[in-house]
Design a protein. Structure first.
Length: 135
């Protein structure tokens, strides 16, 4: 019986993303394969070139996701950057309910803001508590 440690569940998300990217790459490849001769018109040639670039980007993204899955440090760094992007887009897109909490009304949003403010004050209190001990 093997006692290998299990990988953290968040790293499996990289495999799922790699599979998603490869699925889209396969669809783009099949669409490119079904297109007529490239030299028949300039528009068709330009479309084929754009689709080839999209295919290349999808395969590169899938390889990056596989690398993040296999390399723990790279995966953690990539996940931190992705969380930063999620937080950056959460404020302007909060009415869509895509990230974090969805506020149904102004009172809900006010309550969430108050909760965030209290949590921020608590973190500051605990951070300064270690540096300024009272006698």
């Amino acid at each position: 019986m093997s006692h290998e440690p299990k990988m953290p569940p968040n790293r499996y998300g990289f495999l799922q993303l790699a599979g998603l990217f490869l699925t889209f790459a396969l669809l783009v490849y099949l669409l490119m394969d079904s297109m007529e001769y490239v030299g028949s018109s300039q528009v068709l040639t330009a479309l084929y070139t754009v689709m080839a670039l999209i295919l290349t980007l999808l395969v590169a993204a899938a390889l990056l996701m596989l690398f993040c899955f296999s390399n723990k440090r790279m995966g953690a760094a990539f996940a931190r950057r992705f969380q930063y992007l999620r937080d950056a887009f959460a404020v302007p897109l909060r009415h869509l309910g895509l990230f974090g909490y969805h506020a149904e009304s102004g009172l809900d949003e006010k309550r969430f803001a108050t909760k965030r403010k209290l949590q921020r004050q608590a973190r500051r209190h605990y951070a300064h508590k270690d540096h300024n001990p009272k006698s």
